[in-house]
Design a protein around this ligand. Structure first.
Ligand SMILES: Cc1ncc(COP(=O)(O)O)c(C=O)c1O
Length: 388
């Protein structure tokens, strides 16, 4: 195990995932992949650096990025975004903050489905929005929207925004058309805008299919801001480029006008990497998804051997969100598994505040490492917790 960890750590010398914890800890937390990069992206970046062409990005490169993203969207989701309504930004989290800041006033409500990607809570705090939550519930082996509760939450969030994650991190749900119709119609009935983070859209496993939220209806499209990026799909978050689609009618929100100077100049490598990925990366994605599917199956089989684990196989993403029931320990589940299994998972408390029974495992790593991680989790769960 140590040798495997050392090899990957050395290769990933610049990564946050690999350099936060002690050397004997297997990192399975932040959402990036330890898998090889698409050769088309590597080659494009090598060419740009060899040509010493790392200055400010041209308008043509920005246009190429948007066109490539749109062509990809058309091929995979049979829709596209009007080019004049697209804004190139540095990353999706920036786009979320930007959208909400321009559309809402401090004190306005923000509705989030929980468990949630932690920056959704952070943005509510930082913009002084009133956080309203509705929890997805495990029913018959999958996480589902509790529509009775959602109706209550929507009423409480009337006039504010729904910040949606489709596909959903951390549960891996890909909301169906019927679910999206119900969610969005409740939002519109309560005069809310929708900010839809679709960063995980390309990581769905057959037969699940991503549906862009704005395609639900013209009324929904008129009230939806969408955030898109190549960063999760192609594992290039470090290149920093993303796109925001905002319908013309929402250009002037009721919040603050955001200075264009705060948008930052899009990185030349981000735009180039994203454009090339969308243009030429389909075959790489298909083969990478085979590895992810294999690892997903490995994780599912492992979960079936553990009666204390409550787990719904993700329909998308490389993230496994699970509950460990009745662990007799005074420390948090995350700390227990960190200490005993020597694995750093995502801490469930960050995704579902107040709950201490969940963790999120990132399985986008070398299969040999995932096998070790699962083995170490097994040993830790088998040990009497009294040793804590
Ligand atoms: C739902 C979601 N949105 C946004 C991000 C981060 O995107 P970016 O790096 O473009 O800010 C992540 C990363 O894991 C994510 O899961």
């Amino acid at each position: 195990m140590d040798e495997l960890l050392a090899t990957i750590r050395q290769r990933r010398a610049l990564s946050k995932k690999w350099h936060r914890y002690a050397h004997d800890i297997a990192p399975a937390w932040v959402a990036d992949m330890d898998l090889p990069l698409a050769p088309c992206i590597q080659e494009a970046i090598i060419r740009a650096t060899q040509a010493s062409d790392l200055g400010y990005s041209s308008d043509a490169l920005q246009a190429r990025y948007v066109d490539a993203l749109n062509a990809w969207t058309e091929r995979n989701y049979s829709t596209s975004y009007p080019v004049e309504e697209m804004q190139v930004i540095s990353d999706v989290v920036q786009g979320i903050a930007l959208s909400l800041q321009s559309q809402l006033q401090p004190g306005d409500p923000l509705l989030v489905l929980t468990p949630s990607y932690p920056p959704f809570f952070q943005v509510a705090r930082e913009l002084s929005l009133k956080l309203v939550t509705s929890e997805l519930l495990m029913r018959e082996g999958r996480y589902e929207v509790d529509f009775n509760d959602l109706e209550r939450a929507m009423t409480a969030a009337r006039g504010g925004a729904l910040l949606l994650c489709q596909p959903h991190n951390p549960t891996g749900r890909v909301f169906t058309k019927a679910e999206l119709q119900e969610i969005t119609s409740l939002a519109l009935r309560n005069e809310m805008i929708i900010v839809s983070d679709e960063i995980h859209r390309d990581l769905c496993y057959a037969p699940y299919q991503h549906l862009p939220v704005r395609t639900i209806s013209d009324d929904v499209a008129a009230k939806t801001i969408t955030l898109l990026s190549a960063s999760k799909t192609f594992n290039i978050a470090g290149l920093a480029a993303a796109a925001l689609h905002i319908p013309t009618g929402m250009r002037i929100g009721r919040g603050n006008v955001v200075s264009p100077m705060l948008l930052a100049h899009p990185s030349i490598l981000g735009l180039l990497g994203g454009a090339v990925a969308f243009e030429e990366g389909a075959a790489w994605l298909e083969s990478t998804k085979k590895t992810l599917s294999y690892n997903r199956e490995l994780t599912r089989s492992w979960s079936l051997t553990r009666p204390e684990i409550e787990y719904a196989t993700p329909e998308a993403t490389y993230l496994a969100w699970f509950k460990v029931k009745a662990l007799k320990t005074t420390e948090s589940l995350w700390t227990y598994l960190y200490r005993k299994a020597r694995v750093a998972l995502g801490d469930g408390q960050d995704y579902l505040p107040g709950s201490n029974e969940y963790v999120r495992l990132n399985f986008a790593t070398e299969t040999a490492l995932l096998e070790k991680v699962l083995e170490q989790l097994t040993q830790a769960l088998d040990e009497p917790a009294s040793s804590s």
